[in-house]
Design a protein around this ligand. Structure first.
Ligand code: GLN
Length: 503
C-alpha cells in the first residue's frame, strides 16, 4: 500500500490568496508545489521552479520570509536553510523563483507519490514520473519557463518523458551540487527541465560557465575541467555551436540492442525506430551497438543508491534538523534512543524506510561482499560498455596498463576499449507510457523500480543524457514518451545540440 498517495486538504495561511501555479491543476487539489509557496503573495507567475531538495534561504522579492526546504519529508517539515544552493543563486539572477516543487521524499521514487504533501499527478490523472514530478508538471502546464530537478537514477529524465517535456542530466560533477540535499552522492546530479532543448541549453550555459565550485567536493576541479576540454575540439558551449553549423552530417548514433526488452511498449519501440529514420534523413548514420552489462545495471543501482542513502539519512536524528512532533527527550531517554527511533519511525515515509533498511543491510559486514562490492564491479562494467562504444574516449579514465606477463611484458594502451563507433546513443527514456495514479497504487516497489531500467546506466557511468519528447501513436490522453540521447563524459554541449535536432 502506497502511503502519501492521497492529497491532504490544502492549508492556507492566507486563504484569500490563490497560488498562480496550483490554481490551474484540479482546483489545487493535486498539489505539485509545496504548501508554503501558497503563503507567498508576490510569487511571480512565471520563472523558475525549484525542486524542494535544493536549499533556498531568501524568499520572493518583497517578502521577508525564507523559503523552507523539506525534500517532501515530514522530517524536514520545518527546516529553513541558512544558505542557498549555488545553482539556485545563479539562476535566480536571471529568472525569479516561482515556487518550490513537490517530489518523492528525498528523491526516492519514480512517480512522485512518496511524498508527505500529497501525490503529484498530471491533470489527466497520469503519473508525472519521479522524483522531480512537481518540476515536470510545472513546466508541462506552462507555469514556469525552466525548472530545476535532481537526477540520481533518472529523476529528471523519467518525469520529462511522462509529461512530454525536455529533461537533461549533465555529466556528473559538472554543475555544482552545493546546497542539494544528498540522496546518493556518487550519482546525484542537478538537472534542468523546460519545454525546449534550447531553453535548457541556455540555462546550462550560464551554470556551466560558473565552473568549479570549491564548496562542492564532487564538483570537477579546474585542472580536470581543462583536461576534459582539451584536445577534443572544445567541450564547452562553442563545440555545440560548431556542431549546429554542420548539422548531423558525419555524426553516428548507436541503437543499443539490449534496450529492446520484452517489456518495451510496441508503440514506443516504433517511435524509437521512426526517430532513427529521421536522424538518417537528416544526414546522420545510425548503427546497432551492444551494451551487454545493461541488464545488470538496475540491480546494481538499487544496491548502491540505497546504501549511500542509508548513510546520508543517518543525520536526521531529531536533534540536528529539529524534531517535528516528537516530545522532548526525558530523563529516561538519556541516550536519545526513544527520540531517535520516534523521530525516524514517525516522520520518514515507507519508501525511505525501505531504502534505509536495504542500504544498512547491504553495507553490513555479512552482506557487503555479496551486494555492495558486486554492485560496484557491475558499475565499472557498465562504464566500460559505454567507453567501448563511444567515438570519444572518456577523459576521466587513465590509459590502462595491460599485464602481458605471459609474454614477459606490460603495455600501456590508449583507453579506448573498442573500435571507433558512435557519437551518441539513442534509446527510449522509459519502457512504457505513464501509468495512471490508480495503476501506480497497484504496483509493487519492484514494479516501479523497473521504470528506471533505461535511465540508470547513464547515471552509473556519470554520463550526460537528455530526454526529449517523442511522438507515439497511442490511445490519446497521457500518451507521452521520451527519447533519451546519451553522450560521452563531458560531451554535453554537442549532446544538447544533437538533441535539439531530434526534438
Ligand atoms: N527512481 C529512482 C530512485 O528511486 C531514481 C530517483 C532519482 O533519480 N532521484 O532511486
Amino acid at each position: 500500500m502506497l502511503r502519501g498517495v492521497r492529497s491532504r486538504p490544502l492549508k492556507l495561511r492566507n486563504a484569500s490568496y490563490t497560488c498562480p501555479i496550483c490554481a490551474s491543476l484540479n482546483g489545487g487539489q493535486r498539489r505539485y508545489i509545496n504548501e508554503y509557496i501558497h503563503k507567498q503573495k508576490d510569487a511571480p507567475r512565471s520563472g523558475l521552479a525549484v525542486k524542494d531538495n535544493f536549499v533556498t534561504s531568501r524568499s520572493f522579492p518583497s517578502s521577508t520570509d525564507s523559503i523552507p526546504t523539506t525534500c517532501a519529508s515530514n522530517i524536514l517539515r520545518n527546516y529553513h536553510s541558512p544558505f542557498e544552493a549555488t545553482v539556485v543563486s545563479h539562476l535566480r539572477q536571471h529568472v525569479p523563483i516561482a515556487g518550490k516543487t513537490n517530489m518523492d521524499e528525498f528523491g526516492m521514487g519514480s512517480h512522485s507519490t512518496h511524498t508527505s504533501f500529497g501525490a503529484v499527478a498530471q491533470a489527466s490523472g497520469h503519473s508525472a514520473g519521479g522524483s522531480s514530478g512537481g518540476s515536470a508538471v510545472a513546466v508541462q502546464n506552462g507555469d514556469v519557463e525552466i525548472a530545476l530537478g535532481t537526477d540520481t537514477g533518472g529523476s529528471v529524465r523519467l518525469p520529462a518523458a511522462y509529461t512530454g517535456v525536455v529533461g537533461y542530466k549533465p555529466s556528473y560533477g559538472m554543475l555544482s551540487r552545493w546546497g542539494v540535499v544528498p540522496y546518493a552522492n556518487s550519482l546525484d546530479t542537478v538537472g534542468l527541465m523546460a519545454k525546449s532543448v534550447g531553453k535548457v541549453r541556455e540555462a546550462w550555459e550560464g551554470l556551466y560557465a560558473a565552473g568549479h565550485d570549491e564548496r562542492d567536493p564532487t564538483s570537477l576541479g579546474d585542472g580536470a575541467r581543462e583536461r576534459c576540454e582539451s584536445g577534443r575540439d572544445g567541450y564547452g558551449p562553442q563545440s555545440g555551436e560548431k556542431l549546429s553549423q554542420k548539422g548531423l552530417k558525419g555524426l553516428i548514433f548507436g541503437l543499443p540492442l539490449e534496450y529492446n526488452i520484452a517489456e518495451l511498449d510496441p508503440a514506443i519501440r516504433d517511435a524509437w525506430i521512426d526517430t532513427a529514420r529521421k536522424l538518417q534523413s537528416l544526414g546522420a548514420r545510425v548503427i546497432p551497438v551492444s551494451l551487454p552489462s545493461t541488464r545488470h545495471a538496475l540491480s546494481a543501482y538499487y544496491v548502491i543508491a540505497p546504501a549511500e542513502a542509508s548513510s546520508n539519512l543517518a543525520k536526521y536524528d531529531g536533534i540536528r534538523y529539529g524534531q517535528p512532533g516528537v516530545p522532548n527527550p526525558t530523563q529516561s531517554d538519556a541516550g536519545g534512543d526513544v527520540l531517535y527511533s520516534e523521530t525516524r519511525g514517525n516522520n520518514f515515509g515507507e519508501e525511505v524506510k525501505r531504502r534505509i533498511l536495504l542500504g544498512s543491510y547491504t553495507l553490513s559486514s555479512e552482506a557487503m561482499d555479496n551486494y555492495f562490492i558486486q554492485a560496484q564491479k557491475v558499475r565499472r562494467l557498465v562504464q566500460r560498455d559505454f567507453d567501448r562504444v563511444f567515438r570519444l574516449r572518456n577523459p576521466l579514465r587513465e590509459p590502462e596498463t595491460f599485464d602481458l606477463s605471459e609474454m614477459d611484458e606490460t603495455i600501456q594502451l590508449e583507453n579506448k576499449l573498442g573500435p571507433t563507433e558512435v557519437d551518441f546513443i539513442i534509446c527510449p527514456t522509459a519502457p512504457t507510457m505513464p501509468p495512471t495514479l490508480e495503476e501506480v497504487e497497484k504496483q509493487t516497489s519492484v514494479d516501479s523500480y523497473m521504470n528506471d531500467v533505461f535511465t540508470v546506466p547513464a547515471s552509473l557511468a556519470g554520463l550526460p543524457a537528455v530526454s526529449v519528447p517523442m511522438s507515439v501513436k497511442g490511445d490519446g490522453v497521457g500518451d507521452n514518451a521520451g527519447l533519451q540521447v546519451i553522450g560521452q563524459y563531458w560531451d554535453d554541449a554537442r549532446l544538447l545540440f544533437a538533441a535539439e535536432q531530434v526534438q
